[in-house]
Design a protein around this ligand. Sequence first.
Ligand SMILES: *[C@@H]1O[C@H](CO)[C@@H](O)[C@H](O)[C@H]1NC(C)=O
Length: 557
Amino acid sequence: SWYTDKEEVVLWMNTVGPYHNRQETYKYFSLPFCAGIKKTISHYHETLGEALQGVELEFSGLDIKFKEEVMQTTYCEIELDKAKRDAFVYAIKNHYWYQMYIDDLPIWGIVGEADENGEDHYLWTYKKLEIGFNGNRIVDVNLTSEGKVKLVPNTRIAMSYSVKWKKSDVKFEDRFDKYLDPSFFQHRIHWFSIFNSFMMVIFLVGLVSMILMRTLRKDYARYSKEEEMDDMDRDLGDEYGWKQVHGDVFRPSSHPLIFSSLIGSGCQIFSVSLIVIVVAMLEDLYTERGSMLSTAIFVYAATSPVNGYFGGSLYAKQGGRRWIKQMFVGAFLIPAMVCGTAFFINFIAIYYHASRAIPFGTMVAVCCICFFVILPLNLVGTILGRNLSGQPNFPCRVNAVPRPIPEKKWFMEPAVIVCLGGILPFGSIFIEMYFIFTSFWAYKIYYVYGFMMLVLVILCIVTVCVTIVCTYFLLNAEDYRWQWTSFLSAASTAVYVYMYSFYYYFFKTKMYGLFQTSFYFGYMAVFSTALGIMCGAVGYMGTSAFVRKIYTNVKID
Ligand SMILES: *[C@@H]1O[C@H](CO)[C@@H](O)[C@H](O)[C@H]1NC(C)=O
């Protein structure tokens, strides 16, 4: 924003927390810091996204005016009794950092330091602020911590600050650039992995289309030749292959209700990812606190008809009758999973007094969004889906009696196919997962959404190719249970991602303790599940188009 000379500039204190876990944060004043004397503004009102991310802005009480220098000034004193000393020592031992904001620019500072043998602990007491301005806007802030004071019980510690203003050439639009880390995100490895995955896509698509073209052409040739033979010959002909299951392949999947709810939710997650990434590419969402999460929630609510449409139409096609129940399950599958995990972690957060404890008002707001936005929009989508594409217009009729599934080799069992199916899609995304995890769990701002978009596209193509091949093998083994198999073989990507998150936890992070562990694994589970449902739905949609295509061209008497 624009300032006039001598206008008040607010220094907001946000959170304090261990350096090694960016997501575990506490209110700044949960440590016995003291505030300045100025009391005009006490608390900032957060947006929904900020509240969910644990932003806790409180006024520091420091007197800062635009372009007005402040020499070193003591703003308050801490009366250090035993309890306060212990709190500081605990924070220093755990490498606590605090975060502040000036004009939306984040500033990080370290609480204190221990000496080498870990006996004496020191607190940084002097905040030296250097603020860069360009015209009448703030474009740069540097904080230097000085004034190391040993923590001795029953002493008084004076906290001080100073402010220096400097003219800067940084453009206002570019003021966040110094927080980005191009040498990390645009590292050769990142480019290389994208290139690699891209090559894999070309190879896979080529391979799949080649195998299928050849095999299908051969199959068609065989079947059309059979047609010219008389019935006697045909009975003696090859009695195997995917054509044999034409009477069962469009049989409704087992558990159609949960299946169509999963597919609907997966389509919704896919559209949310697509839209949010596009928005993030167009607008620099990282410059505003919590705006990414707010955008995601808004887009999720707005794309609810997608969920209803695909879930409802698939359920109708499969002959399901309890469509209202399906709609409820579909609408609340993801919200219930996310809220359930958040609720569980919330309990632990409350126990630890972390600022990640979600305020009651925010919970009410989220529930209202679920019931008054997501549910009605889902209803609209479901009704549209049932009426526009709810007819089971399959190319082959379904036989009354299910065909027995023949014995087959172990590697043709659906369980094995499901396990193998996720390997290639996981291989195409795991480098990107490293960058995403690092920006979520460490102090890096993710900003290369173009890469993320590419990876999403690559992931979808690889997933569809792999599930088509899996399904083709399965149908050739005369096993018609392709619906769940195609969904699960794509979704198993997420199992590999979750296993990767274990590796990441033990080798790439320094987290410890119940709160950090449950927070990490809880939200990783949510992330992986959502990813799995998305991949599953994408794989199923691609495969079902493929299955429809091959059985359309087959003439069946
Ligand atoms: C902040 O620090 C950086 C790097 O040391 C420097 O280039 C920049 O000029 C500083 N900004 C201000 C306002 O002092």
